[in-house]
Design a protein around this ligand. Structure first.
Ligand code: GTP
Length: 595
């Protein structure tokens, strides 16, 4: 244990975590240059494109310092608020953290929230000032911020550049010198913390864990304490460039376990592995069931692809334990699925993976949070789709989830951001100047408002200089109503939304306007109406097409005609016919685009 160091890297998105991790792996010869892909740790295509490390992985390096060889386990952490529980478990598996701050950007919301997590877990923080090669770097200012934030000495901060390979050796030395070795009882009962799992189509689920006490041997019968499931440790080992099977993983170390587990759901991040024959008295603290926060319907564009979509969802769930779904029927869209996601990014990722990996074209309906509806008969209903909302006459009151939001921005945007948040039904809680120019704002706000396009608006009004992080506070009473949309007199359930009563009229009006823009003109007129209960509150009309689109091409250039048809075909890709009206995907999201 004396020669083990477990650490993670805390950084805001794009502050250079993956690039720096690559350098550490290169320097310690864990990977040769030839193995080097652009970014080794992000091994899903999607992750690479988005530049976000979505799932945490771990990798082991050996590093020789003053004649001794150390085992360094780098535990990767996802950088987005949707995955904050995974971050918290990764942090719980470490003794130290590199705090990476972009020398041109300074600290951001994610840096700070993850730093607090690390500090609460008593991790040793090694401050690294990254990207010092950038012409726009402000090393002195950002160092001031870091000193204020962590309470470290200026000299503790290591200047670095992942891109230019500056400071890499200093960082490795600091990990050995400053991060304490793990503590634990090697001869005690086995307690291993599961902080990640990954899916391998040949070998099933690979469980990634950190041994806190005892040791785990190949062939051991083990038990996962939260799920109560028992397995045999068919294969265990350490994670290097590839997996290295081992006979035993010792106390303090990080490893993987393969046991023929087929379904991701059986493996819960935060669970404790113990030995069946001599179980630990208690699990490691901090386990939580992750709960989906955002819900939406997913429907095949082509109704005949329902079964295919079900198969795709099942496969997706094999390696994404946080995705939940159940069948749902919509009067307008037919058979589909109501899905629960950790947040908006998670939702986008699922949709993209369905399209890329499974070649499905799907329609996603307006996302919603989960409301609690207390009926006049005293029942509590969980409502996460407008269609599930009971008749207003039977509702006593409604509660909606609230979050504590933390926004970091430049001083000049504070006014605009407070305005935006107030408009989003937020309570302003606090304002702290981190430096003379950087401000941290705190609000309590309804999660539903974050779902409705908050993030894009925040980025726009702050010209990109605002970062957001949040945590769940609890449910609070709110007066919500269901806003129904009708096309040519027929209710289209998939277009309804649950909105706050004070905003319902304005929203109804704007939603109708937006739909008028988004619905393509057809051979006949389309009346769009918004209603609350029986009452129509807004109306718009999409005029009928005057001419056949092709009419003007007859006798004309054939290539032009083909182009026009191609264009129409493309536009049709994500459309659903509801009654006799064609509705494009954008229309189902119209409510998110209301300003
Ligand atoms: P996420 O995975 O999205 O959290 O991003 P990350 O923090 O892993 O950042 P990543 O390593 O992907 O780098 C983000 C961008 O910054 C990329 O375009 C890198 O090329 C660039 N970058 C990373 N390190 C440096 C550096 O030291 N100097 C400069 N100039 N650019 C860097």
């Amino acid at each position: 244990m004396k020669y083990i160091r477990n650490f993670c890297i805390i950084a805001h998105i794009d502050h250079g975590k993956s690039t720096l991790a690559d350098r550490l792996l290169e320097f310690t010869k864990t990977i040769g240059e030839r193995d080097m892909q652009a970014q080794f740790l992000d091994d899903m295509d999607l992750e690479r494109e988005r530049g976000i490390t979505i799932k945490s992985h771990a990798i082991q390096m050996n590093y020789t310092y003053k004649g001794e060889t150390y085992t360094l386990n780098l535990i990767d952490t996802p950088g987005h608020v949707d995955f904050s529980y995974e971050v918290s478990r990764s942090i719980a598996a470490c003794e130290g953290a590199l705090l990476l701050v972009d020398a041109a950007q300074g600290t951001e919301a994610q840096t700070i929230s993850n730093l607090y997590l690390a500090m609460n877990n008593n991790l040793v923080i090694i401050p690294v000032l990254n990207k010092i090669d950038l012409p726009g770097a402000m090393p002195e200012e950002v160092k001031d911020e870091m000193v204020d934030l962590i309470g470290c000495e200026r000299e503790d901060i290591i200047p670095a550049s992942g891109k230019e390979g500056i400071g890499i050796e200093a960082i490795l030395n600091a990990i050995v010198e400053r991060v304490p070795p793990p503590v634990g009882d090697p001869d005690g009962e086995l307690q291993a913390l599961i902080f990640d799992s990954q899916f391998n189509s040949y070998r099933g689920i690979e469980v990634i864990f950190r041994v806190k006490n005892g040791r785990i041997r190949k062939g051991d019968k083990v038990k996962f304490m939260a799920t109560g499931k028992e397995y045999f440790a068919d294969e265990i080992g350490t994670l290097k460039l590839s997996q290295v099977p081992k006979e035993v993983i010792e106390c303090g170390d990080v490893g993987y376990l393969i046991s023929g587990i087929k379904v991701a759901k059986e493996v819960k991040v935060g669970d404790t592995i113990t030995r069946f024959a001599a179980p630990a008295a208690a699990p490691i603290q901090g386990f939580e069931e992750v709960k989906p926060m955002v819900f939406a319907g997913i429907y095949p564009v082509d109704t005949s692809e329902y079964e295919e979509l079900r198969e795709a969802m099942e496969k997706l769930q094999l390696n994404d334990a946080s995705l939940v779904w159940e069948p749902e029927t919509s009067a307008a869209l037919g058979f589909g699925f109501r899905c629960g996601f950790l947040g908006m990014l998670h939702m986008e990722i699922v949709q993209e993976r369905l399209e890329r990996e499974f070649d499905m074209t799907v329609i996603t309906t307006v996302p919603s949070v989960r409301f609690e509806v207390i009926t006049t008969r005293g029942e509590t209903l969980q409502v996460s789709a407008p269609a599930e909302m009971p008749d207003p006459s039977s509702i006593d009151w409604i509660e909606e989830p609230f979050i504590k939001a933390q926004i970091i921005t430049k001083a000049e945007y504070v006014g605009a951001i407070i305005g935006l948040c107030m408009d989003k039904r937020s309570l302003f809680k606090n304002q702290v100047y981190l430096t003379s120019d950087r401000v941290e704002l705190q609000f309590e706000m309804p999660l539903a408002e974050v779902v409705f396009d908050f993030f894009d608006k925040l980025k726009t009004i702050s010209r990109g200089y605002a970062s957001l992080d949040y945590e769940f506070l609890g449910n609070r009473e709110s007066t919500m109503v269901k806003l129904d949309i009708m096309l040519n007199g027929e209710g289209v359930d998939a277009l309804s939304a649950i909105v706050h009563r004070d905003k319902a009229y304005e929203w109804g009006k704007k939603l109708c306007e937006k739909l008028r823009e988004l619905l393509p003109r057809q051979q006949f007129e389309i009346a769009i109406q918004a209603a609350i209960g029986q009452k129509i509150i807004a109306r718009e009309t999409v005029k009928a097409l005057r001419k056949d689109v092709l009419a003007k091409c007859y006798g004309g250039d054939i290539s032009r005609k083909r182009k026009l048809l191609e264009k129409q075909k493309k536009g049709k890709k994500r459309m659903r016919q509801v009654g006799n009206v064609e509705i494009p995907q954008e229309a189902f999201m119209a409510v998110l685009k209301i300003s």
